[in-house]
Design a protein around this ligand. Structure first.
Ligand SMILES: Nc1ncnc2c1ncn2[C@@H]1O[C@H](COP(=O)(O)OP(=O)(O)O)[C@@H](O)[C@H]1O
Ligand SMILES: [Mg+2]
Length: 324
């Protein structure tokens, strides 16, 4: 449904997107993951024909963004990073306006507006001014305008950014419910977003493709070893940091123990396991058997940064042509 080949986009000085290639199959939900400045928005703007690529090609449903932009636009719904809403318009007025703009006949537009209001759960604010909407509602109106012409492809730029946890859940559910009918690419800089919503992930960093895989494969690959935060305190008296460290290092399955800090007589460590080993039980037993208090023990989630480090370390930096 989407095919991007050696896509490069240069602004005056910056190479924002640097020779990336990827494909997205019909009906998929794909996460476009990368830190701020990675080139996500730029790629999405090229895909939606908002600006031309410097080189390379992008095709949507077989149509080239440079050669057949009208055909591409017909098939794409776009939720920009900050949707250009018209503050003085009412929700229905705005959706009717966008619907007409996207070629929905006058006789059909009211019915279609009702449908998308229902779908995006904004019926209760349909006569509200756009300027009076909360961020969560504004985002859903943004989704409603993106799907109003029933496009094959949805391009959503950080659809949950700035929302509170409840709104994030609602928006994720809404996006999932749109999959199947639509092929969806959503960008995000947080991994849990991808894990919870997407089937496939495309990771970019500094304009280059770092990896593209199914979410299952990727998390499996990355969760091969675990990182555990451990906090240990003496039951009474004093306790040397080095003594705790030695003990933790001897626990079977542990590959590395990093001392973090000592505060209020509690020693904090980060422990990494060997590939495929779970060490939390053994760590807990070892601390307690030494006669110390186990104040805290939990697996720490991998940050995006750690994932990049892991991916780039194991795959030669993705520097050679950006191929995974
Ligand atoms: N209009 C612009 N002019 C010049 N540089 C830009 C422009 N838009 C983005 N950039 C630069 O391009 C790079 C990628 O930006 P962007 O695509 O917005 O990344 P992301 O959406 O992943 O945060 C950044 O270094 C950014 O500063
Ligand atoms: Mg962006």
């Amino acid at each position: 449904m989407i095919k991007v080949e050696s896509l490069t986009k240069r602004y005056a000085r910056t190479v924002a997107v640097d020779g990336i290639s990827f494909e997205v199959e019909k009906g998929r939900i794909v996460g476009f993951l990368g830190p701020n400045g990675a080139g996500k928005t730029t790629t999405m703007r090229v895909l939606t024909c908002f600006m031309p690529p410097t080189s390379g090609t992008a095709r949507v449903a077989g149509f080239d963004v440079l050669q057949q932009p009208l055909e591409v636009k017909k098939r794409i719904g776009y939720l920009p990073e900050s949707p250009p809403l018209y503050p003085e318009m009412e929700v229905v007025e705005y959706l009717r306006f966008v619907g007409r703009l996207k070629g929905i006949p006058k006789s059909a537009v009211d019915r279609r507006v009702d449908e998308v209001c229902e779908r995006c759960a904004i019926t209760d604010v349909r006569t509200r001014l756009l300027s009076k909407l909360s961020r969560g509602y504004r985002q859903r109106v943004g989704l409603a305008q993106a799907i109003i012409h029933n496009p094959d492809v949805l391009i959503l730029d950080e659809p949950t950014a700035g929302l509170d946890p409840k709104q994030i859940n609602e928006t994720r559910r809404l996006i999932k419910s749109l999959a199947g009918d639509h092929t969806i690419i959503l960008s995000t800089h947080i991994l849990p977003e991808v894990e919870q919503t997407c089937e496939q992930v495309i990771i970019i960093d500094k304009g280059k493709l770092v990896a593209t895989d199914t979410v299952e494969n990727l998390t499996h690959r990355l969760r091969g070893s675990e990182t555990v935060a451990v906090e240990v305190a003496p039951r009474d008296g004093a306790l040397e940091t080095a003594e705790v460290q030695r003990r933790l290092e001897q626990v079977p399955g542990v590959s590395r123990v990093i001392f973090k800090e000592t505060r209020d007589n509690r020693h904090r460590f980060e422990v990494e396991s060997l590939e495929g080993r779970s060490v939390r039980g053994a760590l807990a037993r070892s601390v307690v058997e030494a006669g110390w208090d186990l104040v805290e023990l939990h697996a720490t989630a991998l940050s995006l940064e750690q994932i990049f480090l892991q991916l780039t370390a194991s795959e030669d930096g993705g520097a050679a042509g950006g191929k995974p």
